[in-house]
Ligand binder design. Sequence first.
Ligand SMILES: *[C@@H]1O[C@H](CO)[C@@H](O)[C@H](O)[C@H]1NC(C)=O
Ligand SMILES: *[C@@H]1O[C@H](CO)[C@@H](O)[C@H](O)[C@H]1NC(C)=O
Ligand SMILES: *[C@@H]1O[C@H](CO)[C@@H](O)[C@H](O)[C@H]1NC(C)=O
Ligand SMILES: *[C@@H]1O[C@H](CO)[C@@H](O)[C@H](O)[C@H]1NC(C)=O
Ligand SMILES: *[C@@H]1O[C@H](CO)[C@@H](O)[C@H](O)[C@H]1NC(C)=O
Ligand SMILES: *[C@@H]1O[C@H](CO)[C@@H](O)[C@H](O)[C@H]1NC(C)=O
Length: 827
Amino acid sequence: MAIFKSIFLPFLFLFLPFLSADFVPSDIYLLSCGSSSNSSFFNRIFVGDSLKPASDFLAAGKSVVVSDRNPPQDSPSLYHTARVFTRVSSYKFNIKKNGTHLLRFHLSPFSSTGFALHSANFTISANGVFLSSISHVNDSVIKEFMVRIDTNVLEIEFQPASSSGFGFANAIEVFSAPKELITDNGAKLVDSNGGREYYKLTSQILETKYRINVGGPKLTPFNDTLWRTWVPDEPYLALKSAAKLAATFHTPNYEAGGASREVAPDIVYMTARQMNKDHSISGAKFNLTWNFPLDSNGVNHLVRLHFCDIVSSALNQLYFNVYINGYPAYRDLDLSSFSLQLSTPFYIDFIVDSGSSGDIQISVGPSDLSSSLRYNAILNGAEIMEMVNAKDMFTETEKRKRNLWVIVGPVVGGFIGLCLIVAAILAFGCKRRKKPKPRRAESAGWTSVQAYGGGSSDSKLSRGSTLASFGPNGYHSLKIPFSEIQSATNNFDKSLIIGSGGFGMVYKGVLRDNIKVAVKRGVPGSRQGLPEFHTEIAILSKIRHHHLVSLVGYCEEQSEMILVYEYMEKGPLKKQLYGSVVSPLSWKQRLEICIGAARGLHYLHTGFAQGIIHRDIKSTNILLDENYVAKVADFGLSRSGPRLDETHVSTGVKGSFGYLDPEYFRRQQLTDKSDVYSFGVVLFEVLCARPAVDPLLAREQVNLAEWALHWQRKGMLEKIVDPHLVGQINPNSLKKYGETAEKCLADYGIDRPTMGDVLWNLEYVLQLQIGPSNEPSEPVDIDDSDFPTSTAIHPSNMRRHSDEGTDNFSDISTTKVFSQLLTNDGR
Ligand SMILES: *[C@@H]1O[C@H](CO)[C@@H](O)[C@H](O)[C@H]1NC(C)=O
Ligand SMILES: *[C@@H]1O[C@H](CO)[C@@H](O)[C@H](O)[C@H]1NC(C)=O
Ligand SMILES: *[C@@H]1O[C@H](CO)[C@@H](O)[C@H](O)[C@H]1NC(C)=O
Ligand SMILES: *[C@@H]1O[C@H](CO)[C@@H](O)[C@H](O)[C@H]1NC(C)=O
Ligand SMILES: *[C@@H]1O[C@H](CO)[C@@H](O)[C@H](O)[C@H]1NC(C)=O
Ligand SMILES: *[C@@H]1O[C@H](CO)[C@@H](O)[C@H](O)[C@H]1NC(C)=O
C-alpha cells in the first residue's frame, strides 16, 4: 500500500483537471436547505432555498429554517443549516430530460432551538413513489437514489412519521444522469436457477448502499464526473493476505469498452485487487472475497461490478469466475472476448437477493479455463444498490412458474416478477459495446461482418476505431499451426467433409487436445479476401455467446486461410426436423432450441456485438450440440447493422429462398427485422417439420410462410403440425407460438417484433407448455405492455402508488433501519 501510494497517486493527479469537466446534465438543481445564502460544496454552488429564485421550488407544506450555532470545525457550511418539515412538505422541480435522474439528500443532524435533528422520523417520496423512511440519523449521510422521471415536474415530498414528528434536509441534489448509467440491456439474476435476465432496470428505483473503488484510494466528488464518493475496499475484504493491489498508469480504453467515464471514473478502472499467489504455498486455487453488510434481508439489490484487465500482458490470459452469495454469477469471464485491447473498462449488472443474513458476498476466483501458470482473478470496483419498492423478484418469478394463471390475468400493480423470465447468458448484453470504425470491404469468398457503426445513440462511446485496424496478430492465442490442422483433418480427408460453400470446404477434425472442431478452409492458394478473413477473425474472436457457434482458432500459413469453429455434434436443426429423422424432437425440445437460437440472434442484434445482422437465418444455420443446445452459425453473410444516421443498410440481396424478408427483397434494405422474418419461417419449419420451400408440393403449399400463415389466420394451425407432435402441444402454447411466428412474418419490418420480443414470447410459450395442468382454457394474452413496470415515476401510477403507500411504508420501515453512505467529510 505504501509503495502504491507513493508511486501511483502523484501520477494520478495529472488526470484530474479533465475528470470532472466532462458531463453537463440537462437538469440540475442544487439546493442548500434552510439557507439564505449560497454554499460551495466540492466546488459546486448550492443555492439557498430561503431566497428567490430557489424558494420557488418549495411548493407546499410547512417548514422551519434551523441553523447550527456551534458547527464542528471541519464541517462544510452546507451542513450548517437545515430545513425542518413539520407537516407534509414538498419541492417541485421542472424536468427537461426524460430518464434516470440522481437524487441526493444530505442529512447532517445537529441540535438547534426546538429540534434535535437526529430524532427526526420521516419518509421521502418522489412523484408519490416511496423512496426511503428515515429515523435515527446519527452521522452525516448522503442518501442517493436513481429514479426514472418521465414527467415534466418532479415533486419531492417529505412526510413526518407522526403528527408531532418532523423531517429535515440540509441539502438536495437533483440532476439528470447520462443515459448509459442505467440501461435496460439486461441484468443477470443471480440465484440457484441461474441464467435469467432482467431488462427493465431503468424502471426501478435504486438506492446506493456501497460504492467501492477496489484496490484504489477514496474518491470524492472532485474526482468523479457525477460527484459520487467511492471508498476503498479494504474494510470489506475477507482475507487481506489473499489479495494484492494492481494499478496501471494508462488511462482506460473507453473507446473500446463497455463503460464510459460517467459509469465510473478512470481511477476505478486503473486500480484493482488481484490474487496474491504467494498466499497459497501449495498452489491451490482460491477466491478473493468481499463481504458487505446490509441491514435488510430478503431485499433485492443491484450489484454492479467493474472490471478492467490491467493485470494481463496479452489478450485471453485471464479467465475467472464471479460468485455472489455463493452462487456462480458469471463463469469463465474472459474480458478479452469483449474487446481486442487490454485495459478496457466494463461493468456487469447482477440482481441478487441479500440472503438470509442480509449481507452480500462477492467473490472472484480463477476459472478452470485458465492455465495453471497464469490463473488470476480481478475486481476493480463494486456498487451495491437496493432496489427500492421492488417486490422480491426471485420468489415472484418462482410463483409465476407454479401459478401462472393467477398472475397473468389481472394486471397486478407493482408486480415485476413477470418481467424476469426472459433470457439467459446474454453475455454482456447489459454492457455498452465497442463500435469499430465503419469499414467497407468487398468480399471475395470471405464475406464477413463488415462495417458496423452500432445502432445506439450513445455516440459518445463510439469514437475511434479499434477492431478493423487490429491485425490478427492481436489474437495470437487463437493461431493454430497448419501442421496441426493437417493432422486434425487427416490431411483434409474427403471423408471428413461435412459441408461446403462458396469459400471452400468444411471438414470435421480433432485437435491435439481432443477437441472436436469444424475446419473451414478457403480455396488454397487464393489470397483473395484476405482483409475480410482478418475482419472475420477479429469479429468472431470477440463474439462469445452460448448460443453462437464460436471460433476456436485460425490458420494463416502457406497461403492458407482457415477458420476453426467448435464442432456441433447433432448438426443442423434441419436434419433433426425432417428427412431421415430417427427420434423426432419433442415439442419442449423444439421450443428450447428456438429459444436458444433467438437468444443468439438477440445478442447479435443488441448485445455486446450490437449491430450485427445475420442475413441468412435458416434451419441449416442453426446447429445443435450434443445436448441439443442451439447455436447460430455461419456469419458468412452477416454484416453490420445500420449506422447511427441510417435506419437500414442498402445491400445486394443475399440470403436463402423461402426465408427472405419480402421488404428486403423489394427495397434491398436490410434491417435486423429481416432476420426476424427469416426466424419466423424457421418457427413454422420447426412446427410443421417441412422445408421453407418444397417445389414438389401443390402450388399453394410450396412456400411454407404463405401456407402456414393461411392456416394460422384461420385459427387452424393444428392442421399442419408435424404429425410427430400431434397430441403433445398444449393448445394455448400452440396459439401463442402461432401468433409469435405470424408477427415475425409481418410484411413490413416495422410491424415485426424485435428478437427480444420474440424471445420473450417463446419463453412464455414454453411456460404455457410446461406450466400447471389445471389452467383455465381461455388463454390470456400477455403482451409486454401488460407488465406493470413497477415503480417508474409517471402520473398514471402516482395514484396507485399513493394508494399503496401505507402498505409500503409499514413494510419497509420495519425491515429497514437507516442505511447510509457515510461521508467523513461531513463532520
Ligand atoms: C446564489 O446563486 C444563484 C445562482 O447561481 C444566483 O442567482 C444568486 O444570486 C446567488 N445568491 C447569492 C445570495 O449570492
Ligand atoms: C443512532 O443512535 C441510536 C441511539 O443510540 C441507535 O439506536 C441507532 O441505531 C443509531 N442509528 C444508526 C443509523 O446508526
Ligand atoms: C417524456 O416521456 C413522456 C411519457 O413517456 C412523454 O409524454 C414526454 O413527451 C416526454 N418528454 C420529453 C421531453 O421527451
Ligand atoms: C417513526 O415513526 C413510525 C410511525 O409513527 C414508528 O413506527 C417508528 O417507531 C418511529 N421510529 C422511531 C425511531 O421513532
Ligand atoms: C481527488 O481530487 C482531489 C482534489 O482535486 C485531489 O487532491 C485528489 O488527489 C484526487 N484523488 C485522486 C485519487 O485522484
Ligand atoms: C469460490 O467460491 C465459490 C462460491 O462460494 C465456491 O463454490 C468455489 O469452490 C470457490 N473456489 C475456490 C477455488 O475456493
